[in-house]
Ligand binder design. Structure first.
Ligand code: RB5
Length: 152
């Protein structure tokens, strides 16, 4: 069973805590890297770094959940890390395709956009899906080629 590293900025502490408990209740192992207070002003790029560093340290065995106000900032930052494929999913189809088309390993939400119940439903769908080799494999490999060309 996959394990998850989760993090958020101070726009999303409540949703992050709710989704952490939800993942634990589903049986996943979860590491929460904060932040834990609305008074914590750590900016979202540093939270994305905490999560992505843990995923890379695990040799990509772990997946990630990142939440900020919109999901956009954390997704942009996460995609700067080698081997991280992050996407914002506020609908079920996006979550399915993030897993099955993009072999995504970090799902992102915007706490100022999505409610807890919809986020739980989408998260449950995402974590239940596993990428399989096939039609999408060369496209995902091409993402890796772009990283080699463009990231140090
Ligand atoms: C608040 O800092 C807000 O900018 C952040 O949570 C996020 O929405 C950025 O993309």
């Amino acid at each position: 069973m996959k394990s998850y590293v989760i993090g958020c900025d101070n726009a999303a502490v409540g949703l992050k805590n709710t989704l952490r408990e939800f993942l634990v209740a589903l049986g996943y192992s979860v590491e929460d890297v904060g932040c834990d207070s609305t008074d914590d002003s750590t900016a979202y790029p540093y939270i994305a770094k905490r999560v992505c560093d843990k995923i890379i340290e695990s040799n990509y065995e772990k997946n990630g959940l990142l939440i900020c106000g919109t999901g956009l900032g954390v997704a942009m930052c996460a995609n700067k890390f080698k081997g991280i494929r992050a996407g914002v999913c506020h609908d079920s189809f996006s979550a399915e395709r993030l897993a099955l088309s993009n072999n995504g390993n970090v799902i992102c939400f915007g706490a100022r956009i999505i409610g807890a119940e919809l986020a739980k439903k989408i998260l449950k769908e995402f974590v239940g899906l596993t990428f399989k080799d096939g039609f999408s494999t060369p496209k995902v490999a091409a993402i890796g080629e772009l990283e080699l060309e463009n990231l140090k």
